[in-house]
Design a protein around this ligand. Structure first.
Ligand SMILES: [Zn+2]
Length: 418
């Protein structure tokens, strides 16, 4: 497949405009797209008299016009559902890559036009989308998660002493090794650095409240990333002490944050750090036929911890960006996260912002993405009905009628552009 040609100019009109800025929705509104860019957005009554030559008018029949959504936490090479790291590690890399192609397509068709892949996908995944070989969201990649020995990225069982990096991680201990590990993922094209600041639910030899990297290691990684065109570091962080290490070390966001305390929340508010609570995965119940009994019990316990603490952080006004951990959760179900964010205390508009303008801010692309304002890339979602009245409607892919990325339409259920 070759890269789709830029489409003719398009005017979506007769829509409920929810532009991602958090401003009030506007009925009977329009968005003008030309050369892959939003040129104009506003009420139908104010559509410019002079439209570009050949503009196609598309009546969206009162449905919602939204920006393309951004999922800040995905693993395209992981299959979704409890998975076996040994099986993944044993799988040829090429097969892992081919298997991720339909997942990328399902993600785009759910309405997610940008994904931050937080370990697993490499620069080839990103380039394959850019070159039009694979249909999917644009990607930012972490390449691999940096983790200490025995930490969340160390998938070896206790008796396994083989000295090799796991499928989706780089192991490092101490400041010099942390330096080498971060430089290695930067060398491989990392847009963002992912670290393990605590243990986790699925790693075999640690617990979510075990510390991962300590503050000196984290600070070193943050400094090196910052010196590479201002790249940011995000921390897998679940237990309260590791969350504090990540925050004191200078991370830009906290993934999961299940046991975040008021002390951590204060630091997040002071330093403008985002929480990516991955509620889709938190609320995915463990499958007793796939998880070991230890993993099953761990997951159940941490579901309770997460429910209480994340709700409190949202109540206190921490900035939230949408992230699902799809790859652990099923791919293509990304938009369920919005409904969970509302269930945990956000307004529907707050949840939509978390998935659009706030997420764009976190990933450093607020100039290009996240709102339907003139000059932004034309990532547009047309969704059935009014998601502000029923946020769960967005989680059903059949309600996501049309998905446009960079001005090219990739999904059009009702044949609006036919
Ligand atoms: Zn993850």
């Amino acid at each position: 497949m070759t890269k789709p040609a830029l489409s003719t100019p398009v005017l979506f009109h007769n829509g409920l405009l929810i532009d991602g800025t958090g401003g009030d929705p506007v009925a009977s509104s329009a968005v003008l797209v030309e050369d892959g860019v939003v040129r104009w957005a506003g009420p139908d009554a104010a559509i410019p008299a002079e439209l570009p030559q050949g503009t196609r008018r598309i009546d969206v029949r009162g449905n919602a016009i939204l920006p393309g959504f951004i999922d800040c936490h995905v693993h395209m090479v992981a299959p979704g559902g409890a998975f076996n790291h040994a099986a993944l590690a044993a799988m040829p890399k090429t097969l892992q890559t081919f298997l991720s192609a339909p997942r990328m397509k399902a993600t785009l068709e759910a309405g997610v036009t940008t994904v931050r892949d937080l370990a697993g996908a490499d620069a080839g995944h990103k380039k394959a989308v850019e070159q039009g070989l694979v249909v999917g969201p644009r990607l930012q990649i972490a390449v691999a998660m940096l983790s200490p020995t025995g930490g969340h990225g160390d998938m070896r069982m206790a008796e396994d002493n083989r000295d090799c990096d796991p499928a989706m991680s780089r192991l490092a201990d101490g400041v010099p090794e942390a330096r080498r590990a971060v430089r290695d993922v930067l060398r491989k094209g990392a847009d963002v650095i992912k670290i393990a600041a605590t243990g986790g639910v699925w790693s075999p030899t640690d617990q979510p409240d075990d510390d991962g990297f300590l503050e000196d290691e984290i600070r070193t990684i943050v400094d090196i990333a910052a010196g590479h065109r201002g790249k940011k570091v995000t921390a897998h962080a679940q237990g309260k002490d590791g969350i504090l290490n990540a925050l004191r070390g200078g991370c830009a966001s906290i993934e999961h944050g299940y046991e975040i305390t008021d002390e951590g929340i204060d630091l997040m508010l002071q330093n403008d750090v985002f929480l990516v609570p991955t509620l889709t995965t938190l609320n995915t119940d463990p499958d007793p036929t796939k998880a070991t009994s230890v993993q099953y019990a761990k997951k159940r316990h941490w579901q309770e911890v997460g429910r209480a603490h994340v709700r409190h952080a949202i109540e206190r006004g921490v900035r939230v960006a949408m992230g699902t951990d799809c790859g652990i959760a099923e791919h293509g179900t990304n938009m369920r996260e919005l409904a969970y964010l509302v269930e945990y205390g956000m307004t529907p508009m707050g949840a939509i912002k978390a998935g659009t303008s706030e997420a764009a801010e976190l990933i450093g692309l607020a100039d290009e993405l996240g709102t339907l304002e003139p000059g932004k890339r034309a990532d547009v979602v047309i969704a059935r009905g009014n998601p502000l009245e029923d946020i769960t409607s967005l989680s059903k892919p059949e309600n996501v009628l049309l998905v446009m990325k960079d001005g090219t339409t990739y999904k059009d259920l009702d044949g609006l552009t036919a």
